[in-house]
Design a binder for this molecule. Structure first.
Ligand code: CA
Ligand code: CA
Length: 560
């Protein structure tokens, strides 16, 4: 492939009316030509978002890094606004830090640092972060009752082959009490194990300040075959209230640990119900919550709701809510305030060689991997083919034991590893804010490597959730308007087809040494944008890119 041939480029803002709108939204003084326009994946992209730089996070990577992950200036991976009317964003960097960003001052405080590897003063001596995507401090989620109980949850990745204690090292955080902390036995996954995903509940006895004081409790430790597709996102249903069956019930995304693309016996792990990889899990973290409608887990650290789909199936893990995913690394509860019966849990799952997917998650459903990828059959050679006429696969308990047959569930959105598409789906959110009326009722999502941003109509997604593999919601390209605040000459917004060139400009300003961006992927070519979207408590939209370690806020939109 010619380097960068598929990469989106900045291009001029063609329409004088749009230029005027952008000028009002973001100080347009002029615009400039760079190169060819990208081929549009879906014709008629009709929303342009005006981005403003919000905060640049401290550089935790290497400015001259050459690998897929070490050259990312700050591997920020998720953003959560504290619930309960605070005004702080909590942002985790895979390299270790958990930051608090004060929304009023935009001041960044390091709240905790998980990196306790040799040479670092953080919490975990076996912290694995330096290789493999989604290794490190992968995610954070607040307990819905955080304001009262100070609880939040994190997922980080450890390498069990490393030396050192598995207990948190509180040398840098003496107000973290570790005397009651104990490690859990890893939940087994068939095959060799290179990583463990660790879920921890933290209780900050004073959630109103920017320091941690309190306790931590390890809830779960999941064995992962390789260093990719780890234990990942965490989500609570935001509509649940005290007394509801869903109140403080935690959904957990667990990647397949790279098992499903293996040519060996671990290939069936995402399909097997005797393990937790390639699944969405559902647990009650607090042992005193829902005591009459749940049972205590094998390790005694959390509860499992009695209405989980496989609690009565011999040999199946009771934590499983849905299964057959490759890497469902982003979960989002889509809340449709006008139609509460339209609320859904959504999982964005990264595909192998062919399809990136958005999936509506249903209780007990099988999403097909590693027998399916997107709406096609995945063959043993990892190529895709048409679905069989009788579209059924066994409900696999172990490698040999099955429990009937099931027709797989299929994505509601998918895009290919082709020009105008991308390499790996990022995060996604149903927009519920007020700043961008054009995005109301739209699900906004990214491709990680190319940095494309798209939306799909949420009602089309619901309609595509119809057990028919070929019905999918349409994707619409979102364009981006951004003023490079470091531009040498006149400043003013330019129009971009994706986050790649925006991150590239900022990466160089921040000292990045690579000619383009760090990493490489098939469609993005030389460099990856590493772009995701996020929302705050008001549902307003942000975009962040790991390559330049910068968080940007969506300040306005223009409907073309
Ligand atoms: Ca505190
Ligand atoms: Ca469909």
């Amino acid at each position: 492939m010619i380097r960068g041939m598929n990469r989106p480029f900045a291009r001029p803002i063609p329409n004088p009316w749009i230029r005027r709108r952008l000028a009002r939204a973001g100080r347009l003084h002029g615009c400039w030509l760079v190169a060819m326009p990208a081929i549009l994946f879906a014709a008629g992209g009709d929303v342009t978002l005006a981005l403003r730089d919000y905060v640049a996070f401290p550089i935790t990577g290497k400015v001259d890094g050459t690998g897929q992950t070490d050259g990312l200036l700050a591997r920020i991976n998720s953003l959560r606004e504290e619930p309960g009317g605070g005004s702080r964003l909590f942002v985790n960097d895979l390299n270790g830090p958990l930051y608090i960003v004060d929304k009023a001052s935009r001041r960044i405080t390091t709240y905790l640092d998980f990196n306790g590897r040799e040479g670092h003063r953080g919490l975990f001596h076996r912290f694995a972060y330096e290789a493999g995507w989604a290794n490190g401090l992968n995610s954070i989620q607040f307990d819905p009752d955080y304001k009262t109980n100070g609880k939040f949850y994190t997922v980080h990745i450890e390498d069990p082959a490393l030396a050192g204690s598995q207990l948190p090292d509180n040398a840098a955080y003496p107000s973290l009490r570790v005397d009651g902390y104990s490690v859990t036995r890893p939940i087994p996954t068939p095959g060799d194990i290179q990583r463990e995903g660790v879920l921890i509940e933290w209780t900050d006895s004073n959630p109103s300040n920017d320091t941690f004081e309190g306790t931590a409790r390890e809830l779960m430790r999941v064995s992962l075959n390789t260093r990719i597709h780890t234990l990942a996102d965490l989500a609570f249903n935001p509509t649940a209230r005290r007394g509801d069956a869903e109140w403080r019930v935690l959904y957990i995304a667990c990647g397949d640990g790279g098992s499903g693309e293996s040519r060996t016996g671990i290939r069936m792990n995402p399909q097997r119900l005797d393990n937790l990889v390639g699944k969405v899990l559902r647990i009650v973290p607090d042992l005193v919550e829902h005591a009459s409608t749940s049972t205590v887990s094998d390790n005694g650290r959390y509860r499992i709701p009695n209405d989980n789909p496989f609690v009565a199936v011999d040999g199946a893990r009771k934590e499983i809510w849905a299964y057959g995913f490759r890497n469902p690394h982003r979960l989002h509860f889509a809340i449709d305030r006008e139609h509460p019966d339209h609320d859904r849990l959504i999982a964005n799952s990264i595909g192998l060689h062919t399809w990136e997917t958005v999936n509506i998650v249903h209780k007990g459903a099988n999403y097909g991997y590693s027998q399916r990828e997107g709406n096609e059959t995945l063959q043993r050679d990892n190529k895709t083919a048409a679905l069989p006429a009788d579209d059924k696969i066994p409900v696999q308990i172990t490698d040999t034991v099955t429990h009937g047959m099931v027709t797989p569930n299929y994505p509601v959105i998918q895009y290919g590893h082709v020009k105008g598409g991308g390499d790996a789906i990022g995060s996604g959110f149903l927009y519920t804010g007020t700043l961008i009326p054009a995005l109301r009722g739209k699900y906004v999502f990214t491709d990680i490597s190319t940095g494309h941003v798209w939306y799909a109509d949420y009602h089309e997604m619901l309609a595509a959730d119809d057990e028919k593999p070929d019905t999918l919601a349409a994707m619409h390209e979102i364009k981006l308007s951004w003023s490079n605040p470091n531009a040498a000459s006149e400043a003013g917004p330019s129009l971009y087809d994706a986050m790649f060139p925006i991150a590239e400009a900022a990466y160089h300003v921040r000292g990045g040494k690579r000619p383009h961006l760090p990493g490489r992927a098939l469609v993005s070519g030389d460099g990856r944008a590493d772009a995701h979207v996020a929302v705050d408590a008001a549902g307003e939209l942000y975009v962040f890119t790991k390559t330049d370690g910068t968080l940007r806020v969506v300040a306005a939109a223009i409907k073309n």
